[in-house]
Design a protein around this ligand. Structure first.
Ligand code: APR
Length: 234
């Protein structure tokens, strides 16, 4: 029987909610070069492009709803009594929260937050940002940045992630390609500490060798029955 459970989610868990992934065809990056909208250099060179991209992404995902995979996590968090169930997400959407998930760690930031590059304060708002936006804390204009971790920036909450990985006995990856460091090392970290590892994806991923088991198919269909199975084992 497992103790603590850690779930790592990627864009694939939100795909059935209508939010395009990054690297599948018609993915988020297909219409944009990553270096134009997801690097810290792009932010400094052309902040207007960055603000416009994330203002549009915020609008595009605002009305999206969680799917059965998100709700299955909520059920697991409510009914599993053998330890904690934590979510480490690479996603900047808020579908985990909308589904009632708790203990959610956004390592790549959140679409409803901006950070002031002058004073470091984080502002939660779904309003558009621009180079004219004034920080409500230090009142400096033009230093607001979407609180999204760009390539070239450090991840958020890595110490908390390491603690979760070292204490979990079941590591579940859902809908992530394993393309991005360091999230693509979390499974092997958890395994090092003695966790069983399982991957939910439409196909085996590039780091499939880190996983003891693979469940292939859409997360919204495959993950709820798996939660049922775990809860039956209690
Ligand atoms: N069910 C399960 N998996 C799915 C589904 C689905 N319905 N649809 C797609 N997938 C899988 C794809 O097979 C793919 O492996 O989800 C994965 C999505 O991979 P990416 O688009 O690379 O997204 P992700 O792994 O989250 O990317 C990690 O890269 O670009 C950065 O910051 C960005 O957080 C992102 C990070």
């Amino acid at each position: 029987m497992y103790g603590n459970i850690v779930i790592l989610s990627g864009a694939g868990i939100s795909a059935e909610s209508g939010i395009p992934t990054f690297r599948d065809c018609n993915g988020l990056w297909n219409n944009h070069k990553v270096e134009d909208v997801a690097t810290i250099q792009a932010y400094y060179q052309n902040p207007k492009v960055i603000h416009n991209f994330y203002n549009q992404l915020r609008k595009d995902i605002e009305d999206k709803k969680p799917n059965p995979a998100h709700f299955a996590i909520t059920r697991l968090q409510h009914e599993y009594k053998n330890g904690t169930v934590s979510v480490i997400t690479q996603n900047v959407d808020l579908l985990h929260e909308k589904a009632g998930n708790v203990n959610v760690v956004h390592i790549h930031g959140q679409i409803d937050q901006s950070v002031c590059m002058n004073c470091g304060k984080i502002i939660t708002s779904l309003e558009d940002t621009s180079v004219e936006t004034v920080c409500p804390f230090c009142h400096i204009q033009g230093k607001m940045k979407p609180n999204i971790v760009f390539f070239g920036e450090n991840l958020l909450s890595l110490n908390q992630v390491q603690k979760l990985l070292s204490e979990c006995r079941l590591f579940i990856a859902i809908g992530t390609s394993g393309a991005v460091y360091p999230a693509n090392t979390f499974a092997s970290n958890a395994k090092y500490y003695g966790a069983d590892t399982i991957e939910f994806n439409l196909h085996e991923t590039i780091n499939h060798y880190d996983f003891d088991n693979h469940i292939v198919g859409p997360a919204g269909q495959m993950f709820p029955p798996y939660v049922e199975k775990i809860l039956k084992q209690i």
